[in-house]
Design a protein around this ligand. Structure first.
Ligand SMILES: N=c1c2ncn([C@@H]3O[C@H](COP(=O)(O)OP(=O)(O)OP(=O)(O)O)[C@@H](O)[C@H]3O)c2ncn1[C@@H]1O[C@H](COP(=O)(O)O)[C@@H](O)[C@H]1O
Length: 104
């Protein structure tokens, strides 16, 4: 699902469509996309604090979509994000489950 949504977003960038919200974001540019990511992240926090599952899922979906638009704006493939997450999988070594981060 995330893959197909990302692909649709990427296609919008290549072939803009009138009335597309994604193209509206690309046209507005990076600052607008970043503003939306910030807003949606804040809305996720508020929804979680309100203990409202439906609202939280909806805001998480908005945040996910806007993060995917940001990835596409920056021409970063989903595979690169996936590779970064996979790299981390083997790194959980602490007994409390927290990840040891090698900063070097
Ligand atoms: N998943 C989404 C998606 N999630 C959220 N949004 C939009 O994000 C906006 C967030 O709402 P806000 O009230 O915060 O923003 P707004 O007031 O509408 O817009 P701003 O003026 O703040 O920019 C809404 O307009 C939603 O429609 C999305 N817009 C599109 N998609 C998917 O992206 C694909 C391409 O869509 P189009 O580009 O519209 O063709 C389709 O599969 C869509 O389902």
């Amino acid at each position: 699902m995330i893959e197909s949504l990302y692909e649709k977003i990427r296609q919008r960038k290549i072939t803009p469509q009138s009335g597309s919200y994604t193209n509206y974001l690309f046209d507005e540019g990076l600052d607008k996309i970043l503003k939306k990511v910030g807003e949606e992240a804040t809305e996720v926090v508020i929804a979680a604090k309100n203990d409202d599952e439906e609202e939280l899922i909806s805001e998480m979906a908005d945040l996910t979509y806007h993060c995917l638009v940001l990835l596409a704006e920056k021409d970063i493939s989903l595979e690169k994000l996936q590779a970064e997450l996979e790299k981390r999988e083997g790194k959980i070594s602490r007994t409390d489950g927290r990840r040891d981060i090698n900063l070097l």
